[in-house]
Design a binder for this molecule. Structure first.
Ligand code: ADP
Length: 602
């Protein structure tokens, strides 16, 4: 900054104070400060001068600080006044003079025993127009400012006050105008807002209408699909009798007892029979699918042991003609507990998947296996056949879809097997998934929760008995008796399967043989004993060797012991009811130490 001293004056009387005041205002005006600033500066300079005058002769310097052009920081020009007296001032003075602080931008007082100095400045808003030459002219002008009388100064002061009042009034008017403008703008914004709200509401109404239309279309589609299903069901049903008649009549014509046929006729008849059979398959499969889709397919759940189903499949599918060198392996379903499902539907699904696998495996192996984990039984049909391309793996579950393949042309099929199988599995509460790699084979997996159909039958919950015996004949007979008197029955042939079944679905009563494969009856009892909840299951030990039970401590939680050789099956229901009763009635734990000892003695 460059400092120019524009003027210096000595104040030794009231008259000089007025003069300093005039000059300060004059300077403020000359450097371009507006009217109100001029008044502020004049008031500050005259007040500081007047108060300092009480202590001696006052010297007042008028300065202008101009910013350097070269300065990288933007600076303001300043108008500065420095008033000093060669005397010590008191605190009262300091408090009084400090009132001028608010009139200026910077304000500072320095007091010592020999000297008091007040420095204050105000920023000049437009420094660009102010040059050193201007300042020299202003300097001369101020020096020549004639000293006025107090009256003249008062008149001038009044004039300025009036001008300021006028300015304030103008500001107020301007403010009012701005307020009105703002109110107008507000009204505009409100109008826009309500317009937008209406538009939004209209859009909303449109969306709601669209949804309603979508709903309607959905119900129309549903109705159309139901109509299609009904049509399929009716037509196929109507077709079945004539087709059956055709195949029946063809068979009759071929009967050796009928009139002999020429070779040509026999050949045509064989073709006719073949077409009839294919047509009958198609009609039957369509009928099944229509039934499944209409929701009329109701499963009849029972406790199903997989072993007999697997045995039957192994037996029947052996008869299916397969390519030479294709092996069918049906693994024993060991370690898989009985599951509550519809055995006929389940067998249908597995037969379908296995027949497909055999059809599409020119050489290699087709394998059926079962596994059990986390209450879910997985049944897997795997083959090493032609495989299904990734993009068609979803489509094979669509009705009538068949993958194009050289092999396909030589095979019979309707494209309805997989959609039907998936529908059946869904009805059973499970899922059917496919993984396949072209040229390497396919794997179809049916996953069924062990108790998926429990409670879906709508029947009251039955008391569940787990019958554990390695003697299949006894299991079959006892199971039949117990079912006929209202119990739900699950079966297990060895200790390990029994524990898996108990863990998956704890029974209300356990009928337990002691001599078992894998884990014996005592091991089953001690495993139950180790579990706080399972130890409360009532247990009836049914054994042909009651003398096994010499160590009573090993049968701590046994409710009763039945001698198999001395108890008739008719007794079984009574014992089971008695043993299971406390649990069904909500009382947990064995019913004391009541025992039914066999006549054969221990
Ligand atoms: P289809 O009566 O033709 O067997 P499906 O619905 O059972 O009808 O099967 C549909 C199609 O899926 C079959 O035609 C075949 O192209 C393909 N497919 C099904 N199972 C297999 C498999 N194990 N390996 C290869 N392709 C298969």
């Amino acid at each position: 900054m460059t400092v120019y001293q524009v003027h210096r004056t000595q104040v030794s009387s009231e008259q000089d104070v007025f003069q300093a005041r005039r000059q300060a205002r004059h300077l403020a005006d000359a450097v371009g400060l507006e009217n109100q600033d001029q008044i502020r500066i004049a008031a500050a300079v005259s007040e500081v001068g007047r108060r300092l005058l009480a202590f001696g002769r006052v010297s007042v310097a008028f300065e202008v600080d101009l910013p350097d052009d070269a300065s990288p920081v933007r600076q303001h020009a300043l108008l500065r006044f420095q008033a000093e007296v060669e005397a010590e001032t008191d605190d009262e003075f300091a408090a009084g003079v400090a009132l001028t602080r608010n009139l200026m931008d910077t304000w500072e007082i320095t007091r010592s025993p020999a000297r008091t100095e007040v420095t204050m400045s105000r920023r000049i808003p437009q420094p660009a127009g102010l040059t050193e030459a201007d300042l020299s002219a202003i300097q001369a002008d101020i020096a020549g400012t004639a000293a006025g009388t107090p009256l003249q100064e008062l008149a001038e002061h009044n004039r300025q006050l009036l001008a300021t009042l006028g300015e304030v009034q103008a500001h107020r008017d301007e403010l009012l105008r701005l307020n009105e403008e703002l109110a107008d703008t507000n009204r505009g914004v409100m109008a826009l807002y309500s317009e937008l709200s209406e538009e939004l509401e209209a859009t909303n109404r449109g969306v709601v209408a669209l949804y309603a239309e979508l709903d309607q279309r959905t119900s129309e589609l549903r109705a159309a699909s139901e109509a299609k299903t009904r049509f399929l069901a009716n037509v196929t049903h109507e077709l079945r009798s004539p087709v059956t008649s055709i195949t029946g009549l063809a068979r009759l014509l071929r009967d050796p007892a009928s009139d002999p046929l020429t070779e040509n006729q026999a050949h045509q008849l064989a073709l006719l029979e073949d077409s009839g059979r294919n047509l009958l398959t198609l009609v039957n499969e369509l009928l099944d699918l229509a039934k499944a889709e209409s929701g009329r397919l109701q499963p009849s759940p029972e406790d199903v042991d997989l072993k007999p189903i697997f045995d039957t499949l192994r037996g029947t599918l052996r008869a299916v003609p397969t390519a030479e060198g294709t092996d069918l392996v049906v693994q024993e379903p060991t370690g898989v507990p009985a599951l509550r499902t519809d055995p006929i539907m389940l067998a249908q699904v597995l037969r379908n998947l296995l027949t497909n696998a055999l059809k599409f495996t020119p050489s290699g192996e087709v394998r059926l296996s079962a596994a059990y984990e986390n209450d879910v039984v997985s049944l897997t049909v795997e083959d090493t056949g032609i495989g299904i391309p990734p993009e068609e793996q979803g489509r094979v579950f669509e009705e009538f879809y068949q993958v194009r393949h050289a092999l396909q042309a030589k095979l019979t099929g309707t494209g309805l097997g997989l959609p039907y199988a998936r529908r059946l599995v869904e009805v059973l509460g499970g899922t059917l998934d496919l993984e396949s790699e072209i040229g390497r084979g396919s794997r179809f997996t049916v996953r069924l929760p062990v108790g998926a159909l429990t409670g879906e039958t709508g029947e009251p919950a039955q008391t569940l008995v787990l019958l554990v015996d390695d003697d299949e004949a006894f299991r079959t007979a006892a199971g039949h008796v117990l079912r006929s008197c209202g119990f739900a029955v699950r079966e297990a042939a060895d200790g390990r399967t029994a524990l898996a079944s108990i863990a998956a679905h704890p029974p209300d009563l356990l009928l337990l043989d002691l001599r078992l494969a894998e884990l014996d009856g005592f091991a089953v009892l001690s495993a139950l004993d180790a579990d706080d909840v399972l130890r409360r299951i009532p247990v009836v030990v049914v054994t042909a060797y009651p003398h096994d039970v010499t160590e009573q401590s090993r049968l701590r939680h046994t409710t009763a012991v039945l001698d198999k050789t001395a108890t008739t099956l008719d007794d079984l229901c009574g014992v089971a009811r008695l043993a299971a009763a406390p649990r069904s009635a909500g009382h947990r734990g064995p019913i004391g130490d009541r025992r039914t000892e066999g006549n054969g003695g221990s």
